[in-house]
Design a binder for this molecule. Sequence first.
Ligand SMILES: Cc1cn([C@H]2C[C@H](O)[C@@H](COP(=O)(O)OP(=O)(O)O[C@H]3O[C@@H](C)C(=O)[C@@H](O)[C@H]3O)O2)c(=O)[nH]c1=O
Length: 180
Amino acid sequence: MKILETALPGCLLIEQPQFNDNRGCFRELYVQQRYQAAGITEPLLQDNLSLSGKGVIRGMHFQRQQPQGKLVTVLSGKIYDVMVDIRPTSRTFGQWQAIELSAELPQQLWIPPGFAHGFQALADNSLVFYKTSSYYNAQDEGAFNAFDPQLNIPWPVKEAVLSGKDSQAPAFQQVFNRGR
Ligand SMILES: Cc1cn([C@H]2C[C@H](O)[C@@H](COP(=O)(O)OP(=O)(O)O[C@H]3O[C@@H](C)C(=O)[C@@H](O)[C@H]3O)O2)c(=O)[nH]c1=O
């Protein structure tokens, strides 16, 4: 397993070994001991799965009191995954990074607690599996608008599909009451 640092401290791109043979392939998605040794020490408590058609944007989401670290794996299709640093004392507060994850490559993304997260599906049937370090709590959820001009995230698919909730999400500055 190869761990690659990203531009945002704490966010990691993980390259996993994949074993191919005449039947197909095999890959371990999470081995607690190994991930803890790689610095992902949070217990991963919940597993989530979402399926999206091309153009779907989910985000930008976070939890306030119980921030969720997320270990993201794409099982089919391809996504443009975006993380935004919302740790109040971070020197990269308000900065974002995007990484493409495809089911064709044995990669994962670790987004630690303290980041907002969202993605756009770049292909139909994009199946995204992610483990989280704290439980989902609808009352604790926060969101800001994926099209916030301050962040200016260049979502690759122009015909975007969002939930009603996400399309009405407030601006980044309105949520955090400060700029970058
Ligand atoms: C996220 C989540 C949603 N739900 C429910 C609430 C709602 O009825 C339905 C769909 O919820 P949402 O519209 O919030 O789903 P979605 O937009 O896919 O939300 C997810 O987006 C990505 C980017 C993340 O990072 C996740 O943490 C999560 O916020 O599923 C749960 O029961 N448990 C969960 O953990």
